[in-house]
Write a protein that binds this ligand. Structure first.
Ligand SMILES: Nc1ncnc2c1ncn2[C@@H]1O[C@H](COP(=O)(O)OP(=O)(O)OP(=O)(O)O)[C@@H](O)[C@H]1O
Length: 585
């Protein structure tokens, strides 16, 4: 059973808290680099804190005591400036390097997740939406990996160290900065739910815009011929506005949060100034420490505020993190066997045994019983929506039946459940060719070799000739994205040749020749028959059905009729005759 995709939250809903935490283990795979990044962040922040504090103390001493700074002090200040500059570069370089490495691995995992759950889960979702998860969401997480963890660690360390120094100078000075630091640190979590929900709204809006844009580009020809471009443009503009509105709402709240942060820091610095002034006037503190304490407070609170801002932004990324996490963890809908069984050698037959299947609602297949002997060609016939393609997808094990079994039969009739066969062996044994088999941007030869990269030029040429691909264009011709430079019939020929290169023992043709004219269909049928493999042909064309050794009719989720063309067409009231009345010749 295939259920609807549940990885998405509604617009207003905040995604689960754990979504961001789940991103952390990816850093563990780059422990050494994470440690170097943290060290660089510590040195970057530490050098600035030391520089500002020492400079303020030096100026205070110069003003109050009329003493010029010593050579050691000047050297220390210059050294701190250099360290700060060096570490700013180093920290940025390392944190981005780390983030890009993590993202590169994450992109592969998202792709693996999509591949694992394809096509069942993918079928229910729009390609633009999937592209948004694979690209935009992963990209958005760059901020989390490059600007959050190391900086937060360094900010906490600097603040703790700075508080200790302040306490050494004057025991109650930290009292002015501590409450502010706590408030700054708590702020991102105070409205985390609302912030995550706002982030979710933005990501949803971006995903919808992406899905509509991809659909528009794909369907440009039809939109143009129906004169529907203006309406589509209006829809895209509306989607763009929705993205803008969602982003504006985020920016507005971010601006308010920034103002509150600045206010808190200013209050803390004023508190430190007041406390230091009090201590200086009462004689407990040397006057030079007043500006130094102020500089110290400011320089340790700055990174805390910056980390609070980063955390706030990271909270808004929960939606992206949740979508990426769901894609990475997507379970396999056709899980691999624990102990794979080898397929018997020789020709393979097929048996669908009491197969039931549904897409989450009413059963599409409800006890299908069908056997195809090794080497036989069977035409599977049925009205539109009867479940023929679903049978084909079960045979290719895109997904598994909810009851019953899909089996491959040895020449002696011994069955092997496709669930027991390794993915690699099954892909070599059973090949499905659909009506809209996509071609990829590249040459004809590259498209043919997709399924059999090891195929040599001779085999390639023979197969291409067999399927009439040789007449289309030279093998090094670029076919354009999705085979856009080829006609429907030419694409069908390439798709069939590509399938034959695998030398499958079972070939499932789902309306694969529907784009061909009758002569082309007949020529390909001859080419395929010569190969002598077991074939299931799903077709509406009368001539294609007629050529099969046997014909099975699928109705109401079951095989209701089976026999040869002569047997089934002899009876005027047969289901086949009924279906063929509305089929092309
Ligand atoms: N991914 C899917 N999710 C939900 N329902 C689906 C999905 N794919 C197919 N269906 C439904 O399952 C039923 C059988 O579809 P299927 O494509 O197997 O029919 P078919 O006999 O191949 O039709 P056609 O001859 O028009 O290609 C239809 O009602 C269809 O709407």
């Amino acid at each position: 059973m295939i259920t609807a995709d549940t990885t998405h939250t509604t617009d207003a809903e905040a995604p689960a808290r754990g979504a961001l935490r789940a991103l952390l283990p990816a850093l563990a795979e780059h422990r050494a680099m994470t440690a170097r990044t943290c060290a660089a962040a510590l040195l970057e922040q530490g050098s600035l804190v030391a520089l500002l504090t020492l400079a303020a103390h030096t100026v205070g001493t110069a003003v109050l005591e009329g003493r010029a700074p010593t050579a050691v002090t000047v050297t220390a200040l210059v050294a701190l400036v250099l360290v700060r500059a060096l570490m700013t570069w180093r920290e940025m370089d390392l944190s981005h390097d780390l983030a890009y490495r993590v993202l590169a691995a994450l992109r592969v995992r998202v792709f693996d997740g999509l591949a694992r759950s394809a096509p069942a889960r993918v079928a229910g979702r729009r390609s633009g939406d999937l592209a948004a998860t694979a690209m935009a969401d992963v990209e958005a997480l760059e901020f989390f990996y490059a600007h959050t963890t190391a900086q937060l660690l360094a900010a906490v360390t600097m603040f703790t160290g700075g508080s200790v120094v302040l306490a050494t100078v004057e025991p109650w000075l930290p009292a002015a900065v501590l409450p502010v630091a706590v408030l700054l640190a708590a702020a991102p979590f105070a409205d985390a739910r609302a912030r995550a929900a706002r982030g979710n709204r933005t990501r949803k809006a971006v995903a919808r815009l992406s899905a509509d844009t991809v659909e528009t580009v794909d369907g440009l020809r039809d939109l143009l011929s129906f004169g529907a471009l203006t309406e589509r443009r209006r829809k895209l503009a509306e989607r763009g506005r929705q993205v803008g509105d969602a982003q504006r709402a985020e920016a507005t709240w971010e601006a308010v949060a920034a103002a509150v942060r600045d206010l808190l820091i200013a209050a803390a610095v004023l508190g430190v100034v007041a406390a230091a002034a009090q201590s200086v006037t009462s004689g407990r503190l040397h006057g030079a420490w007043a500006p130094a304490a102020m500089a110290l407070a400011l320089s340790v609170l700055g990174p805390v505020a910056e980390s609070a801002r980063s955390l706030s932004q990271a909270v808004a990324l929960r939606a992206a993190a949740a979508r990426v996490g769901a894609a990475v963890k997507a379970p396999a809908l056709a899980p691999p066997p624990a102990a794979p069984r080898a397929l018997p050698p020789g020709p393979l037959g097929i048996r669908l045994h009491r197969v039931r299947f549904d897409y989450g609602g009413e059963p599409v297949l409800d006890g299908v019983e069908l056997t195809v002997r090794p080497g036989q060609t069977l035409a599977l016939v049925g009205a539109s929506g009867a479940g023929k393609s679903t049978c084909a997808h079960l045979l290719a094990r895109f997904w598994d039946p909810s009851a019953g079994a899909v089996q491959l039969l040895s020449a002696h009739g011994d069955p092997v459940d496709v669930r027991e066969v390794s993915d690699a062996e099954l892909r070599r044994a059973v090949v499905l060719v659909g009506q809209e088999t996509p071609l990829f941007h590249g040459t004809l030869a590259e498209n043919l070799r997709l399924a059999a990269p090891e195929a040599d030029d001779e085999l390639l040429a023979t197969t291409a000739r067999l399927c009439g691909v040789g007449k289309i264009a030279p093998m090094d011709t670029l076919v354009g994205e999705r085979g856009a430079t080829l006609s429907g019939g030419q694409r069908a020929r390439v798709a069939l040749a590509r399938a034959l290169l695998v030398r499958p023992r079972v070939l499932v043709l789902d309306e694969s020749t529907a784009h061909l004219d009758n002569a082309g269909d007949a020529q390909l049928a001859t080419a395929l028959r010569e190969e002598g493999r077991t074939t299931i042909v799903i077709a509406h064309r009368r001539a294609t059905v007629r050529r099969a050794d046997r014909i099975a009719v699928l109705e109401k989720g079951r095989i209701t009729e089976e026999g040869t063309w002569e047997e089934l067409t002899r009876r005027p009231d047969s289901a086949l005759n009924r279906i063929l009345t509305t089929s092309p010749s």
